[in-house]
Design a protein around this ligand. Structure first.
Ligand code: MG
Length: 119
């Protein structure tokens, strides 16, 4: 069981991830809808893991991850991408993302990634 921060500008995506993760007994400690909020909530909540959407208004997930990892190099961040974002996924992994999950979310893949990154 981990404390997880969910970051996505789409409410439906946050809801989908919340349902999947809660079923596996994880605690959703916060939700953010852009990169700026993500940084703020990360610092406030100190979650065990962050699911981070790539494309968001105000500040992208990629940018937010880089800033979070500068202060907290051990932050565990799983990127959430849409189909066709391979280039950004590669950039995210190079910048320190621990794994990525692709939308539409598949429950088993989400839990696999989260479990692997937490261990
Ligand atoms: Mg998005």
């Amino acid at each position: 069981m981990a404390k997880i921060l969910i970051v996505d500008d789409a409410k439906f995506m946050r809801l989908t991830l919340t349902n999947i993760l809660k079923k596996a007994n994880h605690e959703i400690v916060g939700e953010a809808e852009n990169g700026k909020e993500a940084i703020q909530l990360f610092n406030e909540l100190n979650p065990d893991l962050v699911t981070m959407d790539i494309t968001m208004p105000e500040m992208s997930g990629l940018e937010a991850m880089k800033i979070i990892r500068k202060d907290s190099p051990s932050a565990k961040i799983v990127m959430c991408s849409a189909m066709g974002q391979q280039k950004m996924v590669v950039e995210a992994i190079e910048a320190g993302a621990k794994d990525f999950i692709v939308k539409p979310f598949d429950e088993i893949r989400v839990l696999d990634a989260v479990t692997r990154v937490l261990n």
